[in-house]
Design a binder for this molecule. Structure first.
Ligand code: EPZ
Length: 436
């Protein structure tokens, strides 16, 4: 199994190019099969989740040509059935986007129930409510969601909970439904807007994405398009947080600074210097940072996907900080791992009470999920001594070339394969087998 071996203590300094947004890419890839014409998608991040999604699409007949590492030509004309049997798809949350895409185009879909990061209860009742409201019959049988309709008809849907996934799924199911659909209490995340822009570039008629009321007028069919996915807000935020935690100076390039405001506002509050230009944000941290209170909220609030990275940073800042998780009910699992590095954090329900310690100390730690895994790597990079981070397959689901980008910033991090090789690395780095 691959692991990261990290020698902490170097401030991370330099520039890093941010890739396409994973969560936008997953929705856009699924939506690309909604036309029989060829769609070209650029800026697709080369991460495990996007690759699993494309394998599942190929398993039902989509033709996918890789033009370069981040560009794909996708043609859904030869999709021969709407039953996804691909085993890998169960492991990713975004498998559910294939329900909206297939139901929207073929009025029929059978997709295994989503997996993904274990962050607590992750219901899909709002997706099902939306599909039913458009006229579909939806059942969950033998681990799959089975959705079918004779005809989909526009409808007025009020989401009981702000949900990124349900908003995106209902948009996809509604774009070719007869008449008008209104989604109220819609999610406003940048990837919802990106998906709507993509579908509009294919001839859909979606208005209001980015606000909490989205209006869709059904069109008979969609056509070809060339589209570039937006930069990844969370990948960029993770590197900005790494600058703060290691008392470094990092510029993230190829970003939309507006999407990062909710993140860097907190960094500025705890004492970082923040500089913003057209497509870059720089965070400079000199000395130990201060404390604050953070509550995760739907966009434009502080993102839940940045909560572990923020907590890790506050864990070595001065004073007592409070972090409240209001989106998921089990997103503090990594705190036990961080305790092994000397943190002083108490979790009560959905709130973490953080007493900043001077420094973390290196330890062997497990990545419990994608963002928590990235946060623990940041902790290890800031720590005194050596850490080994295991279960990094979670991190690879969402960060392209994570260790390579961190190396470029001066981080002493290596990807090492096999337990024996890690042991050798421990005894004498000269004998280790370092993959890259
Ligand atoms: C998306 O998950 C992202 N995943 C998550 O990113 C992100 O954490 C989350 O949105 C919140 O921003 C993808 O885009 C693939 P939700 P999703 O539906 O769509 C409840 C990452 O690290 N809910 O907005 O599953 C739900 O339980 C990942 O990249 C219902 O009750 O999130 C949660 O408490 C992890 N019923 C809240 O809403 C529903 O039908 C928000 O979930 C749907 C959701």
């Amino acid at each position: 199994m691959e692991k990261y071996v990290i020698e902490g203590g170097n401030p991370l300094v330099g520039e890093v190019e941010i890739g396409g947004a994973k969560n936008a890419a997953l929705a856009i890839l699924a939506a690309s099969i909604m036309t029989d014409e060829t769609v070209t998608i650029e800026n697709v991040p080369d991460v495990r989740d996007t690759n699993v999604m494309m394998q599942a699409m190929e398993s039902i007949g989509a033709n996918i040509i890789k033009v370069d590492r981040h560009t794909f030509k996708i043609n859904g004309a030869r999709i021969h059935n709407q039953v996804i049997l691909n085993e890998g798809i169960k492991k990713i949350r975004a498998s559910y986007y294939l329900i909206g895409a297939l139901l929207g185009k073929y009025k029929n879909a059978e997709v295994p129930l989503p997996g993904g990061c274990n962050l607590g209860t992750r219901a899909i009742d709002q997706h099902i409510k939306g599909f039913r409201s458009l006229g579909a019959t939806v059942n969950v049988r033998h681990g799959s969601v089975i959705a079918h309709a004779q005809n989909l008809k526009g409808s007025h849907i009020f989401m009981d909970k702000v949900s990124v996934g349900a908003t995106i799924n209902v948009i996809m199911a509604a774009v070719m439904a007869e008449g008008k659909t209104v989604i109220e209490n819609a999610a406003k995340e940048p990837h919802v807007v990106d998906l709507a822009n993509f579908l509009n570039s294919m001839g859909a008629n979606i208005k209001g994405a980015g606000t909490d009321v989205i209006r869709i007028s059904g069109v008979p069919k969609l056509h070809k398009s060339e589209y570039a996915i937006i930069p990844d807000q969370i990948e960029a935020g993770t590197y900005l947080m790494a600058a703060a935690a290691t008392q470094g100076d990092i510029t993230v390039r190829n970003v939309i600074p507006k999407h990062l405001e909710c993140i860097y506002a907190k960094l500025s509050e705890i004492g970082c210097r923040v500089e913003e230009s057209d497509d870059a944000v720089r965070v400079i941290a000199t000395g130990r940072l201060g404390n604050t209170q953070v509550k995760t909220l739907p966009y434009p609030g502080f993102p839940t996907d940045m909560q572990p990275q923020m907590t890790v940073t506050l864990g070595i800042s001065q004073g007592i900080s409070i972090v409240t998780e209001s989106i998921f009910d089990n997103r503090f699992k990594y705190v036990d791992e961080l305790a092994r590095m000397g943190s002083d954090i108490k979790v009560e329900g959905n709130t973490a009470i953080i007493t900043g310690v001077e420094r973390y100390t290196g330890a062997e730690i497990d990545a419990p999920d994608l963002r928590a895994g990235a946060a623990l790597v940041i902790a290890a990079l800031s720590a005194e001594g050596r850490s080994v981070v295991t279960d990094i397959q979670y991190i690879q689901r969402g960060y392209e070339d994570f260790h390579l980008k961190l190396q470029k910033l001066g981080g002493n991090i290596r990807l090492v394969d096999e337990p024996e090789e890690t042991d050798l690395f421990y005894r004498d780095p000269a004998f280790s087998v370092v993959v890259s």
